[in-house]
Design a protein around this ligand. Structure first.
Ligand code: ADP
Ligand code: MG
Ligand code: MG
Length: 314
């Protein structure tokens, strides 16, 4: 019996899940998420899939570390990013590869395979505006939020809320304060909408959920206060500490229900906590968790492996 891991062979989380699966008696078939970039053969013949010449249709449980997406064919030149000269070819090729992988993952899930996580959850349901909607409609606390490309609406939101942060809709940038300097540049948002939020004080919590089980809940401890904890040099150098946190039962229920609403079997949920107040920020479909696993001793890889092996055996 074997499980599949879709990701990069060198990824420590993939290796840890494979180790835990072995302890449960399952072998691992690695499907490299860069396979197509590297020209490794992945074929579907009348719906039967083979990878590097080997049939993979027996695999019924997968840990999907990442879902490929089209990449921007840009390179660094004189401190700024410029497109490759053949950017159009590169972009359409990466888009085609991503589409093929996505369709294959959808096919697996349609055939009843267990995917941790499935392709919807790992792509479109990952966008923050949808997640905030899901959390809000469950009754979970979220920050007051304006998502807009309208400078006037943003100024009005700032005048009312006062302490405001901003961050991108899709991600890829750290959270910043909407200060006087940022308010000067508001016309830039007409190019693409941005998330503006009431700044929530308190500790940063990371909850890791597998199925209905809260496998880990920690506060991220950094020596100094930063708006985004990733700005702290101690965090970036891998020396963050974690303090174990026990969530009140209603907050645990919101974690489970919001993960379900976002289609997530595995979720890394970010919250802010001050005293008895828990405010939800977002859910991540492929959380980076090795540091927490090693330092706090929370067996996240084992929980993922169990889930995938169970699916593969069903
Ligand atoms: P992502 O991690 O996907 O970039 P988050 O919403 O988790 O996006 O924001 C990153 C970090 O920025 C959070 O963990 C938190 O430390 C800080 N942050 C984001 N939104 C707020 C907010 N409304 N109030 C206070 N801090 C915030
Ligand atoms: Mg986050
Ligand atoms: Mg995130």
């Amino acid at each position: 019996m074997r499980i599949g891991i879709f990701g990069e062979g060198s990824d420590p989380q993939c290796a840890a899940v494979a180790r835990e699966a072995a302890a449960l008696g399952a072998d691992t078939l690695y499907i490299d998420s860069r396979a197509l970039d590297e020209g490794k053969p992945l074929s579907m013949l009348d719906g039967k899939t083979s990878y590097q010449g080997e049939s993979v249709d027996d695999v019924k449980g997968f840990y999907v570390r990442s879902v490929p997406s089209p990449s921007v064919p840009a390179m660094k030149k004189d401190e700024s990013l410029v497109l490759y000269e053949d950017w159009f070819t590169t972009f359409t090729q990466t888009r085609e590869r991503a589409a093929y992988f996505l369709a294959w993952l959808l096919q697996l899930s349609h055939r009843g395979a267990t995917l941790v996580n499935g392709p919807h959850a790992a792509s479109v349901m990952q966008h923050k505006p949808y997640q905030l909607h899901a959390l809000r409609s469950l009754g979970a606390k979220v920050p007051r939020t304006l998502i807009s490309n309208d400078p006037a609406a943003i100024r009005a939101f700032h005048a009312e809320v006062k302490d405001v942060i901003y961050k991108p809709v899709m991600g890829g940038a750290v959270t910043r304060a909407l200060d006087a300097e940022a308010l000067e540049r508001l016309d830039a948002v007409t190019a693409s909408p941005v998330i503006f939020q009431e700044r929530i004080p308190g500790d940063d919590l990371r909850v890791t959920l597998v199925g209905d089980e809260i496998v880990s809940c920690v506060a991220i401890v950094t020596p100094e206060q930063h708006l985004d904890f990733r700005d702290d040099p101690v965090y970036s150098s891998g020396e963050a500490m974690y303090r174990e946190v026990v969530l009140p039962e209603p907050v645990q229920r919101f974690c489970r229900a919001s993960a379900r609403a976002c289609g997530l079997t595995l979720a890394g949920i970010d919250l802010k906590q001050r005293a008895r107040d828990f405010v939800f920020l977002e859910l991540n479909s492929s959380p980076i968790y090795m540091d927490v696993e090693l330092k706090a001793g929370h067996r996240i890889s084992r929980a993922i492996a169990r889930r995938v092996v169970e699916g593969a055996r069903a």
